[in-house]
Design a binder for this molecule. Structure first.
Ligand code: NDP
Ligand code: 8X3
Length: 324
């Protein structure tokens, strides 16, 4: 259809779009001269064509500035480590924004409870696998029903610290666990999900790193190494997936009050609780809010690398704790 519309001049003198945008302002910007009634019809057509393209652009600008977010309704997100902490809170928030969910973890009873709770908001599918088990990761993701297989958002969240010992006293089993889960498991899940995104030339991967991936602290050695690896993989994924229009970014929290320290200290709840005493630590919901903010930016905006700490924390080792 031709963009040129043959209308009388007075017809568009009173165009009013979204209250307040009038033809006079528009004509000013496209330099249409009302009084030049001697112009040939073709020149009017040309100018009216320009007028309509200016109107279209301004309407788009108004819409964009009114709501600078991207809708995630009916998108599908796969979240690893959804049975606890940051992953759990992200699943809750995503569900309330009608994002279809694929929720992963090892604790089946928690996955079942989550699905039961969240199905009032969105569709939920659960996958039970151990991130260390390469075969299990691939067969779980390959088993996704069609309604959940087209993943738009991948939250690489599952992971933990195991132990807090000087390097000479560290447990090899702990080292294996951290490198196998936090690094290799993240790679397996990414390898299984990325092809879908490459084909459609669209997708968003958020890697949950840590301040431990930005600086090393005493006794953090292998956990810090695993999170430095996540930092490197975040950059590497962003570079390699750049030709495919895929967004890749990391959210790197400081201390968050979750089951993280209970796992690190192997169930020693007293020691775990003390980590978060005397200051207002980040909560899992704070990080979930940030993850939701990241995924709802307009598609041309990619938050590549974000660090968040509680106000009381200045670095891995400097935390302003009350002495009471
Ligand atoms: P939680 O311990 O509360 O949650 C960890 C999640 O990871 C659980 O859902 C757990 O599920 C899953 N997970 C752990 N091991 C495996 C495995 N082998 N296979 C499958 N899933 C596994 O900790 P957070 O929520 O705090 O941690 C989430 C992420 O945030 C981690 O990557 C962590 O390193 C990072 N982080 C945490 C910080 C903190 O201070 N809490 C700060 C910075 C980053 P299940 O046990 O059911 O398998
Ligand atoms: C978790 C935060 O400071 O315990 O990644 O390493 S910290």
């Amino acid at each position: 259809m031709s963009p040129y519309v043959d209308v009388g001049i007075t017809t568009f003198e009173h165009i009013d779009i979204y209250g307040g945008f009038t033809a006079s302002g528009c004509c000013f910007s496209c330099n249409l001269n009302y009084n030049d009634r001697t112009d040939k019809s073709t020149r009017y057509k040309f100018r009216i064509g320009r007028l309509f393209s200016v109107i279209k652009k301004q309407v788009n600008d108004i819409r964009f500035h009114k709501n600078r977010t991207m809708s995630t309704t009916n998108k599908t997100a796969l979240i690893t480590g959804a049975t606890s902490g940051i992953g759990w809170a992200t699943a809750q928030l995503f569900a309330k924004h009608k994002i279809n969910l694929v929720l992963c973890g090892r604790r089946q009873e928690r996955l079942t409870a989550l699905k039961e709770e969240l199905k009032q908001y969105t569709t939920v599918h659960t996958l039970n696998f151990d991130m260390r088990d390469k075969g299990a990761v691939f067969s779980a993701i390959e088993s996704l029903p069609a309604a959940f297989a087209d993943i738009d958002i991948l939250i690489n969240n599952a992971g933990n610290a195991h132990g807090l010992e000087p390097i000479q006293d560290g447990s090899i089993d702990d080292w294996d666990a951290m490198l196998d889960i936090n690094v290799k498991g993240l790679l397996y899940v990414s390898k299984a999900v990325i092809p879908v995104m490459v084909v459609k030339k669209r997708g968003h991967i958020i890697n949950i790193g840590s301040t431990a991936g930005k600086e090393v602290y005493p006794n953090g050695n292998v956990y810090c190494a695993s999170k430095h690896a996540v930092d490197a993989l975040n950059q590497g994924m962003r570079i390699d997936l750049n030709p495919y229009n895929i967004r890749v970014g990391a959210v790197n929290p400081g201390m968050v009050e979750t089951e993280f320290s209970a796992v690190r200290f192997k169930g020693d709840e007293d020691r775990a609780t003390k980590v978060y005493q005397g200051f207002a630590a980040l909560q899992a919901e704070d990080v979930a809010d940030i993850i939701h903010f990241v995924v709802t930016r307009p598609y041309h905006v990619n938050i590549a690398d974000l660090v968040v700490m509680s106000t009381a924390q200045a670095s891995s080792t400097i935390v302003n704790k009350r002495n009471d």
